[in-house]
Each structure stands twice: as C-alpha cells, then as structure tokens.
Design a protein around this ligand. Sequence first.
Ligand SMILES: [Zn+2]
Length: 414
Amino acid sequence: MSKSEKGHFKLIRGGTLIDGTGSGPKENAGILIEGPTIKAVDKSTDVPPETKIIDATGMTVMPGLIDSHVHFRGTIKGGLLERLINPRELGLIQSISDAKTLLASGYTTAKCCGGSNALFLKQAVAEGILPGMPRIIAAGYWLSQTFGHADAPYLPLEYVDVRTSRHSSNVTNSLICDGVDECIKAARYALRAGSDFIKISTTGGFSSIGDRPTDIQYNLDEIKAIVQTAEQVGKYVTAHCEMSLKAMKQSIIGGVKTVDHALLTDDECVGLAMEKDVIFVSTTIVFRNAIEAGRDVGKKLMESYKRIHKAGATLATGTDTGLGAQTFGTNALELELLVKYCDFSPMDAIVAATRNGAKACFMGDKTGTIEPGKYADIIIVNGNPLEDIAVLQNTDKIATVILEGKLEKQSLTN
Ligand SMILES: [Zn+2]
C-alpha cells in the first residue's frame, strides 16, 4: 500500500505558520503532508506511523513564493547586446541555472511572461530529467503588434521582417500580428507551441526602444479576438500595460485576466478590474531607481500600487527578472519595496507573493496558501519576515523548500 510507504507522510512542526491567507501567524502549528498535498493543518496529534518529521522550531513556515512575472531569457545581465551575441542554446542552459537559483531562494512557482525557453524547461521537468526546478507557467511566444513593445524596430530588417503571426525570431521570441485574423493566427500558434496563457502587450514600454510607455497598442477588437481564442481552449490572456489609462481600460474590457506593470491607474480602472476579477501584477523592482531618484514614473507607480491596494483589488508580485538588471535569486526584494514605498504591510506583501500569485497563475485552487487539499508548496524560513521582510531575499535563510510534497532543499539547521 503506497499510503504506508516510508516518506509518504511528512509533518512540519514547531514553527510559526503564516498560511498566506492573510490571517495572523500561528505558533506551533503542525502541517501534515501526504504525497503532493497538504492533508491537515494544526491537527498534529494524529500522525501516521513512519511520518518524516521536519522540525521548524524557531522558524517561519509559509507558502512557497510565487513570482508572477519573470522571463527565462537566459541572459546573465540582460540587455540587447547580450541577447544578440548569445547563442540561443546558451540562453537555454543559463535558464536552467536561473530557475534552480529561483527555487533555492524560496520561489516554488514562476510565471514566465514571454520567451520560448520556458516551454522547453517545462517539458524537461515533465520528463523528469531536470530536478530542482520550480513550477513554471509559460507564455512562450508573446504577441505584439507591428511597432509594438515586443517588436524591435531598431534591429536590422532581417531580424524584424522574418517575424509573422506564425514565425518568431531568436532575438525577441515574439509573434507580430495586426488585425483580428492575424491575432487569432498568432494566438493559436503560441498555443500550439505549448503556451499556458497568452501574453500580449497593450502599451509600449520603458524597456522597448522606438515606442513609448504611453502608446496604446492593439485595438479592442484585436484584444477580444486573442482573449476569445485563448478562452476557447481554457487559457487566458495576460497584458503588459504600462502607462496608458485608455489601454488599461481596453485591456480589461477586452477580457484580459492580469494587467502587468500597471504604472498608471485611476479609480475607474481599478473599479473595472475588481468588477471583472482582473489581477494587477507589480514590478516595483524595475523602477526602484526611478522611485529613489524621485522621477515621475516612480511617483506614478507608487500612487498606482497604493490606489490598487487601498481599493482592495488583487495585486500579485512580479519582478520582470530576466529582462533587466535584476538577477534571479533576490526576487523577494519586490516584497520589501511594496512595504517600503507602496503602503503594504509585511503580511500584505506576503499575501501578494503567495495567495495572489497563485491567482495570477490561475492556480488559486491548487497553491498559494497552506490549507488542506492544496499542493504542499512550502518554505521554512530561518527568521521572521513579519519583522524583517528582507529576510526573504537571503537564500541562506531559506532553510527548506518543499514543492508538491517533495523536499527540494533542506539545510542542516533543520
Ligand atoms: Zn516582462
């Protein structure tokens, strides 16, 4: 009988539990894990024989963190030149290393918002040849209009011209599509390649040369066509949307399920999002320097995330790690910045990076909180993130990482 097999049951006991729902910490909680799932919380009296005991005394037990916006591009420092010079194969190998670093730092789930590497990583994990990887939710090829955020009008024509609604280039990994028919074609092509969700850009961006973060990209009928194509096969759409209220409203009305970056909002946008269960994804890390230098975009970001939070709308944490200067392993800096600049309490930031992250990955019923029936995606932290949220950025303090009940990391301290 598999249920009595040694190691099938695990009990975490002695620690302070932060369950990810937002309710207060619980001392000496017991978490019983059976196979990949959580069987019981706080009912440590009835422990099956041969249960593996994990002692968390003096430590914090919490859900595995979720980064709702990364890119497994495989570039060490990011940057256009490196992407052009690096062979694609090297990028894929770097991505393996990045993903392993991410898991060791306490992130059990990562949503990759564009880049084909994630599709291959997922497949290798499924085949059992890549241990030590987080769960990856992958967009794969992302969709952009001509002269859009994931176009690259500054590159030589041969890099740009080859891309169509069904053919991506090595450099950008994007499919260029304009008009309803091409948008449907591109969405289906991305789905055929294995996308878990469709990523589109509905504004330009600070990181893209040639367009502006205020540019409105895609028309409402194009967005609706992509959303419908995704929903017909049980998938959803995530939108890159930086600094246009009109683009944000169009995205939400068009049916996208997460609005990422969201540097500019108003009460109407936030109200619409709440009405339609749309989730905002923060990327404060990217704009940290702008905040600290007092630049306009930094001010707008703080205002926007404060407005979202105050209204009670759902915000999940992203980082855009893999595109810019941010390197994998310190993704939890995003939580500290939400606390420092955007009126989040440490508990609010933890909920954003756990329960809300699971929602942004459309896995809210499966992970993100420590509750019976959910996957045992759990970390044990040598410290108290409610007193010092920055402790989550120190990989050495992430003593234990459990993914779907499997012990992926366990330091000698417990
Ligand atoms: Zn991104």
